[in-house]
Design a protein around this ligand. Structure first.
Ligand code: DX5
Ligand code: ZN
Length: 217
């Protein structure tokens, strides 16, 4: 499949959020990545339901909601009602991951699980068949604009191998430090959804940057 581009609005200008969402609507972006941080699972707080709902009203692309929060079961329904198309929870934040994944599907959303850089891919072997997507963190979650961790390539290859056996339709999303220089390599090892925050929103021409990420040379 052709890879998907999911710009992260964590790097948008919150004073001009409507303008930035409208830019994404006009762009070749496939999804809009929405980072929710609770100040507990990660050492940062981003934004919550009122912002998500406002974004959902304007956005013309699916909202890919990445929950960096402890015990996400408490809020799955609210995120689904707030306009999430897909909900991704962290492996490290869920004691009963199977229940959480079923809850996401029951709420009518696509279900994803995210792995921190230190979390091995094979821990997903018993749940991978139930997932729509796995998100591999290529930085430590919490902040945009960090340096890409090279070991991610190995994890993508391992995940691809596991998915080939258990769930060939699985989407493999990479989040953190994605740019126009590593996008080709990431796709060639098996990534098919690429999140990009700073690369898009710090670019002189974000529309052009999204086009470059979507159609790498
Ligand atoms: C990090 C977030 C990412 C972040 C990516 O915790 O999950 O989605 O916005 O930002 P960049 O692309 O700037 O590394
Ligand atoms: Zn994210």
């Amino acid at each position: 499949m052709n890879h998907l581009i999911a710009p992260s609005i964590l790097a948008a200008d919150f004073g001009n959020l409507q303008r930035d969402i409208e830019m994404l609507n006009q762009s070749e972006a496939d999804w809009i990545h929405v980072d929710i941080m609770d100040g507990l699972f990660v050492p940062n707080i981003s934004f919550g339901f009122p912002v998500l709902k406002s974004v959902a009203k304007i956005a013309e692309k699916p909202l890919d909601v990445h929950l960096m929060i402890v015990d996400p079961d408490r809020y799955i329904k609210q995120f689904a009602e707030g306009g999430a198309h897909g909900i991704t929870v962290h492996y490290e934040a869920c004691t009963h991951l199977h229940r959480t994944v079923q809850g996401i599907k029951e709420a009518g959303c696509k279900a994803g699980v995210a792995l921190n850089p230190h979390t091995p891919v094979n821990l997903l072997s018993e749940i991978i068949a139930d997932l729509d997507m796995v998100l591999i963190m290529s930085v430590n979650p919490g902040f945009g604009g960090q340096k890409f961790i090279h070991n991610t390539y190995r994890k993508i290859a391992q995940l691809k191998e596991l998915a080939a056996k258990e769930n060939p339709d699985l989407l493999i999303e990479i989040d953190g430090g994605v740019d126009q220089f590593n996008v080709n390599n990431l796709i060639s090892v098996g990534a098919n959804v690429l999140v990009a925050g700073n690369t898009v929103f710090s670019a002189a021409d974000p529309l052009h940057m999204i086009r470059t990420l979507k159609n790498p040379l």
